[in-house]
Design a protein around this ligand. Structure first.
Ligand SMILES: CC(C)(COP(=O)(O)OP(=O)(O)OC[C@H]1O[C@@H](n2cnc3c(N)ncnc32)[C@H](O)[C@@H]1OP(=O)(O)O)[C@@H](O)C(=O)NCCC(=O)NCCS
Length: 308
């Protein structure tokens, strides 16, 4: 068995021997520099791929931001597949992640019913067990959500008025108090080691700052006297139109304002005639998940994240 990274984009077909839901994105990702052959690892027996892993990163960045492909050949005996998976991931981690730094998180999209479906459960748990052997721990299970134009644009109550956010400073200043009492596991984990101001700034700089869609889409919601109650960040990422974030200030929670914020974000993106809007939220963020359901978003998939 040989464990190595791809020698170049021409080896994409080899990498595609094992299947995953993001396979269609790989060719473009390679062409645009979001994936690099050195970030794409395989274990092979002759020409047969037994396991594969790939990291994703921003073009030009020194390091990737997520491990989002990790597949085993599920026709192998479980213990053999896990052993091979561990070898490919260990070798990839040693080469891709600088010595002494924390590896980027692992993410995998999984069927909504993965716990009840024996085959799906084996697929998910075998990969998670390899990650655990290498020191990663489950952080959160998330719901992936999608709105399509078949659903109506959600109605607004008219209780709030909206205006574009004035820029980074105003948005970060609103994001900071919204972190109070958040049910979001990534935010909670960040708050263990950083101040709310630092968490808000990091979230903005690592995600929102990179959106090339108009920043005028980012909306602040106000009461009629001009008091802000929250904000919504609709955007377009590399692949889809998304509701990147939505938050209600602690003093204004429990009034259903989330429905107006989601309606406004959805309306802005729907006006661009997008074929779909994607969003995600933690399984445990029940108020948020219920709001997405009320706004016509369908839960089509889940995701798990594991961190070191
Ligand atoms: C999730 C969030 C947007 C919900 O906004 P909201 O406008 O308060 O939503 P709702 O009015 O539907 O209230 C949701 C639930 O919050 C709880 N709640 C009610 N009053 C509250 C208060 N004063 N303070 C805090 N929570 C309250 C209740 O459980 C309420 O549901 P119920 O009234 O049906 O029992 C808001 O809590 C928030 O900003 N959270 C932090 C950021 C976040 O998680 N964003 C989503 C990331 S994907």
């Amino acid at each position: 068995m040989v464990v190595r990274h791809l020698s170049g984009p021409h080896e994409l077909d080899l990498f595609l021997q094992l299947p995953y839901v993001l396979d269609d994105e790989l060719a473009d990702d390679l062409a645009e520099g979001r994936r690099r052959p050195e970030w794409m690892w395989v274990a092979t027996d002759d020409d047969r791929v037994l396991a594969r892993a790939s990291w994703w990163g921003r073009p030009g960045a020194a390091e990737p931001v997520v491990l989002d492909f990790f597949d085993l050949d599920d026709t192998l005996e479980l213990d053999v597949a896990v052993e091979i998976g561990e070898r490919v991931l260990r070798a990839g981690l040693a080469a891709v992640v600088p010595a002494g730094s924390t590896p980027p998180e692992y993410g995998r999209y999984i069927p909504p019913n993965w716990r009840e479906d024996g085959t799906a459960r084996r697929v998910v748990e075998s990969r998670m067990s390899v990650l655990e052997r290498l020191g990663a721990r489950p952080l959160v299970e998330r719901l992936r959500l999608e709105w399509t134009p078949d659903a109506a644009v959600p109605a607004s109550s008219g209780k709030l008025r909206f205006r574009p956010a004035k820029g980074r400073d105003e948005l970060v200043a609103l994001m900071e108090p919204v972190l109070e009492g958040t049910l979001d596991a990534h935010s909670q984990a960040d708050l263990q080691t950083m101040s709310p101001a630092a968490v808000a700034a990091k979230h903005f700089d690592e995600e929102f700052a990179g959106f090339t869609s108009p920043h005028t889409w980012w909306q602040v919601a106000e009461l009629c006297d001009g008091e802000p109650v929250g904000f919504v960040v609709p955007a377009r990422n590399t692949y889809h139109a998304i509701i990147a974030y939505v938050g209600v200030l602690p003093a204004h929670r429990g009034n259903g304002y989330i429905d107006d914020l989601l309606a406004e974000g959805t309306r802005i993106l729907a006006a661009e005639n997008v074929p779909r809007i994607r969003a995600s939220t933690d399984l445990g963020n029940v108020p948020m998940a219920q709001a997405f359901a009320r706004a016509g978003y369908i839960n089509f998939e889940r995701a798990i994240n594991m961190t070191w």
